[in-house]
Design a protein around this ligand. Structure first.
Ligand code: GLU
Length: 469
């Protein structure tokens, strides 16, 4: 069997939809797991709807998701000459014809067919007309589609899909202004790019039958098809903004790790036994078209978060820091990211095990990002009662001489609490307030160990000095 070549062929007409990301992922997994290639084609033929920003969003989205493509990306619009060349070739071989029917005539044909109760698919009177009869007016080039028989799409996801050829009209290949239509461009580009497997949304299933006619007319090998069911929202309706985020960038800005997104998107419509949490390497080996479900998958935010949590927990600290910094750059800019990049690393060991997003990590690690005198938020302030400050005061003086180890710090804190006839629990809140200025923090001992003796004592002294006024 020849090498596998897949592709993602998005139209740059808006933000990058999460469904496009899933399609890209499936193509990437399929190719990467088989030593094949994964290519990118930007389908920018619709000049009015395409934009440079949308193209950028596709590149950024694929990059963030780690879906690297091979070779130089193809821009469909730049290949118009080649599309015209093929339309002309089909004309020359008799598989296509010039049609001079005007829009009015077509509407008239349809109205009459409708009134008769017969098929309204346009049947051009020029299909078998002799060249001699051709008028000197603008024309379109139409494919000569067979009137009898069936076209069977051997779809690897949907099974065999049989379409009667008399339901396929003689579609236009080249418009009267000489521009190629999208349907022709897709076939020519897929062929020229050597695409062996077309894996895409099932909104293109009907197109597949019509595209197959072009392949057949050119005697080109037909790619293997796999049409993926839609992604639905949790309520079973088509996934839309109503359900929350639908663009890849939204998820990036929400701080989900790309590895967790890949894992979750892979599970969205595809399964491997009961495996939920897996690595890219496992997915590349396991992924296959026959294990893609035929029915639409529902987006489950809980499951996404659960997987993201597991991926964050098992990422090495250095790699995690890198990803968090990238997130911070796009979220808040280089300056904010610099602080994160310089200070976050020593905190990760005690924070990464329970965070679903990078934002949660940064929030918990805030104690290391701030400088004295620290601001104390309202909630944390509630923990700083007079009694609490007395306890902190006592602790502060004892901290000067204790060995700076977790065990010693724990024992000392407990004994201070005991002196005040209370438990350590009552000291933890005030300590959080003093060291972090907020209630969401890692354990107080981790904070002390990370901040070190001098900074810990200084932060405590800031509070106790204030309290003793
Ligand atoms: N450009 C099409 C889209 O964005 C995809 C076409 C294809 O995959 O064949 O829906």
């Amino acid at each position: 069997m020849s090498a596998i070549v897949t592709r993602i062929a998005p139209s740059p007409t808006g933000y990058m939809h999460i469904g496009t990301a899933r399609t890209a992922l499936f193509n990437w997994l399929y190719a990467r797991g088989r030593g094949g290639k994964f290519l990118l084609r930007v389908e920018d033929t619709d000049k009015e709807r395409s934009s440079a920003e949308a193209t950028e969003a596709i590149f950024r989205g694929l990059e963030w998701l780690g879906l690297d493509f091979d070779e130089t990306p193809v821009f469909q619009a730049s290949r118009a000459d080649r599309h015209v060349e093929i339309a002309t070739k089909l004309l020359a071989s008799g598989n296509a014809y010039k049609c001079f029917s005007t829009q009015e005539e077509i509407v008239k044909f349809r109205d009459a067919a409708y009134a008769r109760g017969s098929s309204t698919l346009f049947q051009s009177p020029w299909r078998d007309a002799d060249d001699i009869t051709h008028p000197n007016i603008p024309y379109v080039i139409r494919i000569k589609s067979p009137n009898e028989g069936h076209t069977i799409i051997k779809d690897q996801v949907q099974g065999d899909v049989k379409i009667k050829n008399d339901q396929l009209d003689d579609m236009v290949l080249l418009r009267s202004d000489g521009t190629p239509v999208y349907m022709l461009a897709v076939v020519v580009d897929d062929h020229d790019m050597g695409i062996t497997h077309v894996i895409r949304g099932d909104d293109h299933l009907n197109n597949a039958a019509r595209q197959m006619l072009i392949y057949k007319a050119l005697d080109w090998p037909i790619p293997v098809y796999g049409h993926l069911p839609l992604i639905l929202g949790p309520d079973g309706k088509k996934l839309s903004k109503r359900h929350g985020a639908t663009s890849v960038e939204d998820y990036q800005l929400m701080g989900y790790p790309a590895s967790g997104m890949r894992n979750y998107l892979a599970r969205l419509g595809w399964s491997h036994g009961n495996d939920e949490f897996f690595s890219d390497d496992e997915a590349k080996i396991w992924f296959d078209l026959d294990a893609i479900g035929k029915s639409a998958a529902r987006f489950d935010f809980k499951k996404l978060e659960n997987l993201c949590k597991q991926h964050i927990a098992q990422t090495h600290d250095d790699a995690l820091l890198h990803d968090i910094v990238q997130y911070k750059i796009i979220k808040d800019g280089e300056d904010e990211a610099l602080k994160v990049s310089e200070r976050l690393l020593p905190t990760l060991y005690c924070i990464k095990n329970r965070a679903k997003t990078y934002g949660e990590i940064i929030e918990k690690a805030n104690f290391i990002l701030i400088n004295r005198p620290i601001e104390i938020n309202e909630k944390a302030l509630k923990n700083l009662s007079e009694d609490a400050i007395l306890m902190l005061n006592r602790l502060t003086s004892l901290l000067r001489n204790v060995s700076w180890t977790r065990e010693k710090l724990e024992t000392l804190s407990e004994s201070v609490a005991e002196t005040f006839d209370t438990s350590f629990g009552k000291l933890a809140g005030p300590l959080r307030a003093a060291l972090a200025g907020q209630t969401i923090t890692p354990s107080v001992f981790d904070m002390m160990l990370i901040l070190g003796r001098d900074e810990t004592i200084a932060r405590l002294a800031d509070i106790t000095a204030k309290g003793s006024h």
